[in-house]
Design a protein around this ligand. Structure first.
Ligand code: FEO
Ligand code: CA
Ligand code: CA
Length: 631
């Protein structure tokens, strides 16, 4: 998520307010260095983003963009309060916040915006990462409910805040994950209300802690002296799926829910690194649940910030927190099988100046076998990007980090990556791996602190390498090719697939790379997903003012990138004040599911229901009018 109205600050801004980062003392030197680097940047711009430069030996000559491989006419930017798709395509809503899931669900009430009782039995708010699963003729759709818009869900209150204990619980239960059966009836996908596969996973659902940190002292609390059973998941951002059919929900800004009943509670360096503060985001969970009071339960925050594995076809199964994949503000988890069957997971930590990670399982995937513990044991790495467009994965273990155990590495993962001097990135969002070749992409959404302030751990953030622009407010997408096309290799080569910018306003590096034009410009790439053709779908969570540096970009949007030619074309524009996030396809690839999150977050939308209705996050289905393939 980017924007959230709590004292009108974003999550990152709130973290900075509560835990101010020191200013660089050598500020001028940093900017000078950034300017001196312009030669390198211009090199990328001149060559064009579709071309790998000399260092990328694995790629051939640029492929000419002769034929129109996309097959649709670009959508123009707009600021309308609706969805816009190309001619020949149609969209409709599959499901939205507050929709009933069970036979005893209570219909959404526009006036009260629900109660804890109705929310417990309904789809959560702010849908984000999502995926589609099929088994034995049944289809299950799983979607993260990242957070709740307090101004909207508590809009029945004069204060716009949770006023009663039930308000707090309603907000809490709007978080988590929704699992729902869907079926296609008369050519239309619909939620199967009352299906025995439907499930709400919430911040109170019992979960198993797995991996190196399970049972460690850092995870013990008064309610769980063994440190092996956690309650719930919240702020689930992007997602992943495993080859064995499980869903991965990734815990991102988990810190914003903790507070302290002791005003002068002294936070440890660890707590500060993860942005924990004595004041929560306004959710008030500690009011009804002591777990969220750090003065009472200082270890509870150590039990959040993980990837959570969920079996979509077993509503009775306990979700599993995977400490082996590290603890940070997880965006998504892109799972790739190495040629020998080891499982590789690529992950970003979405905060200014944090890192990109790779997990490699010890065991190997076995089709039809028991793969349930593959993500419990393996090696964890952080990425170092060199300025010469090479890079390496640096392993995080007690020897390389100076930590006492792998358990500690898996809890204090940010500090471990700082210890090996991984590269501070411009807010790593989704990672996506090309299904047709060994190359991996990561959206670096923006970073206004680049070249200006260190990250939360004090690591420098010079404008260099894949983060070339100081005070970067447009973002870029980096890609890397593992050496010899082997995801197990510790070496890679990298370049920038696109440097977002505004060629209508700027003519320098802020205009973006050669594949950015006035017809396709955008800012803040966030969700990225490959379709089966190897096209990269790019979703944005950026500024939608359509003014100044953002003039001509309109609302947040979804574009398609051709990774062979570098061409990018706008496919969809979202309604007012939304971000577009989350993508999934039906098994026949004729339906594409797209997430529309927080329309009207500033109070100016009535999407999707129109009239005077409360705006609602929703999952939409996009199809071709002729029933053709969607990717
Ligand atoms: Fe939840 Fe990094 O976006
Ligand atoms: Ca974002
Ligand atoms: Ca995101």
């Amino acid at each position: 998520m980017e924007k959230q109205t709590h004292h009108n600050l974003s999550f990152d801004q709130f973290d900075e307010k509560m835990n101010p980062r020191p200013e660089y003392s050598e500020f001028d030197g940093v900017v000078e260095k950034a300017i001196a680097r312009r030669g390198f940047l211009q090199g990328i711009l001149a060559v064009g983003a579709g071309t790998f430069v000399a260092g990328m030996a694995t790629q051939g000559v640029r492929v000419a963009a002769a034929a129109d491989r996309f097959g649709f006419k670009a959508v123009e930017a707009n600021s309308l309060d609706t969805i816009t798709v190309p001619e020949g395509y149609k969209w409709e809503v599959l499901a939205k916040w507050g929709d009933p899931l069970f036979e005893n669900s209570i219909p959404f009430d526009e006036e009260s915006r629900g109660t804890s009782e109705s929310q417990a039995l309904a789809i959560g708010d702010n849908n984000d990462g999502m995926d589609f699963f099929s088994k034995a003729g049944r289809n299950v759709f799983v979607v993260n409910n990242e957070y709740v818009n307090r101004d909207i869900i508590f809009g029945n209150r004069e204060s716009g805040k949770p006023e009663t204990d039930d308000d707090v619980l309603k907000g809490k239960l709007g978080h988590g994950v929704t699992v729902m059966e869907i079926s296609r009836n008369n050519g239309k996908w619909e939620v199967v209300k009352g299906s025995n596969l439907n499930r709400r996973i919430t911040p109170d659902t019992e979960m198993v802690l797995t991996g190196p940190a399970a049972g460690h002292d850092l995870l013990k609390t008064s309610a769980d002296p063994e440190g092996r059973t956690a309650l719930g998941t919240w702020n689930n951002c992007g997602n992943g799926r495993t080859p064995w059919g499980t869903y991965l929900a990734c815990e991102e800004n988990f810190n914003g829910y903790f507070s302290s009943s002791e005003e002068n509670f002294e936070k440890t360096a660890d707590q500060k690194r993860y942005g924990l503060s004595n004041e929560d985001w306004g959710y008030g969970w500690s009011r009804i649940d002591d777990r969220f009071d750090m003065a009472k339960e200082p270890n509870e925050p150590n039990r959040a910030g993980y990837v959570v594995e969920i079996n979509p076809f077993d509503p009775a199964s306990k979700p599993r927190k995977l400490t082996a994949l590290g603890r940070f503000k997880h965006e998504n988890a892109e799972v790739v099988l190495a040629s020998n069957g080891q499982v590789v997971v690529y992950m970003g930590d979405d905060e200014r100046g944090e890192f990109i990670y790779r997990f490699v399982s010890s065991g190997k995937f076995s089709a039809g076998g028991d793969n349930s513990s593959l993500l419990e044991d393996g090696k964890l790495y952080a990425a170092k990007f060199n300025d010469d467009q090479t890079g390496e994965w640096r392993e995080l273990n007690p020897e390389t980090t100076g930590m006492a155990s792998q358990a500690e590495v898996c809890v204090r993962t940010r500090q471990a990556a700082s210890a090996v001097q991984a590269t501070t990135m411009d807010r790593p969002e989704w990672v996506a791996s090309n299904p047709n070749k060994a190359e991996v992409y990561c959206a670096l959404t923006n970073n206004k602190n680049r070249g200006i302030k260190p990250n939360a751990g004090g690591d420098a953030t010079p404008a260099a390498g894949p983060n070339p622009r100081p005070a970067n407010n447009y973002g870029q997408i980096v890609r890397w090719v593992p050496e010899n096309g082997d995801h197990l290799s510790d070496k890679f080569a990298w370049d920038l697939f696109v440097l977002a910018g505004n060629p209508g306003v700027h003519s320098d590096a802020l205009a973006g790379s050669a594949n950015v034009t006035p017809a396709n410009m955008f800012n803040s790439p966030d969700g990225i997903s490959f379709d089966s053709n190897g096209f990269l779908w790019i979703q944005t969570d950026g500024k939608y003012s359509n003014e100044g540096d953002f003039a001509g970009m309109g609302n947040n949007q979804m574009l398609v990138g051709d990774t062979e030619t570098g061409e990018i074309r706008r496919f969809l524009v979202g309604p007012k004040e939304c971000e577009v996030t989350g993508a999934a396809w039906s098994p026949d690839r004729r339906s594409m599911f797209v997430g529309i999150q927080h329309p009207g977050e500033d109070g100016n939308s009535h999407w999707p229901d129109g009239g005077n209705s409360v705006p609602k996050s929703a999952i939409i289905i996009v199809e071709r009018e002729d029933g053709g393939l969607m990717g």
